[in-house]
Design a protein around this ligand. Sequence first.
Ligand SMILES: [Zn+2]
Length: 285
Amino acid sequence: MEEKINEIIKGAYDCHIHGAPDVIPRKLDVIEIAQQAKDAGMAGILLVSHVTNTADEAKIVSKAVPGIEVYGIQVLNYYTGGLNPEAVKTALQLGARRIAMPSISAANHFEHEGKNPEDGITVLDEKGELKEEVMEIINMVADWEGPVALTTGHLYPHESEIFVTEAINAGVKNVVVTHPEWGLVNMSVELQKKLNRKGAYFERCLYATTDMGGKLDPKVIVDQIREVGVESTIFSTDFGQVPNPTPVEGMRFFIKLMLENGFPEKDIRVMIKENPEKVFGFGRE
Ligand SMILES: [Zn+2]
């Protein structure tokens, strides 16, 4: 089994890793993350931060650890001005491969933490339609010529439904629902299937199965992949938290989980290599 995992992890991408420096302690710094992924034979990583744009940092990490592709994200939380088209424009210019709707500043996240959801960010206006600035961001991403994906962050499922639909209608090629099975998001399989038919991807994150993440039974991830489909699945660890295993260990765990559940190697490669490569544009300028 271990040897098979060593083989399958080669060429894989992990598109959701939290590293130091950050405002909270992280297990590894961004250089260590890149080095470990490279040592495991992985082809690339995408560094995520809730509080800052990581596209510039990713370029430096790329230079410090040659031989692995490293890209960054802009998450639209309060720390960079919320739903801020200027932040998106700058991130795209810096080469960010991922533009994410609010995560820890989302109304849904506030509610989940027992705070007033009205103090958090929603992408919808009082009429239940996408806010003007969100459409501006969607159109900017649709018009961007380089590779980039739009992801849903920690939005409520009903917000994600409208956001994903409008983004696809506007011509955004890569639209990803982030950890739909995680307790905080908890998007129904029915809605996932509906968005799958429109062309959305689904990023399944191992973080949900950890103690901090709510101890989701890994079987739920397996079942939802079966129900919604391998073809639209991207696997990411969302690791980097101090008590959790390293991102590479998380990637290995996922491969093992899939093998134990009878997924053929070619399906595992779709989820950890082909889809991440296509959606986040690894191997392309
Ligand atoms: Zn995350």
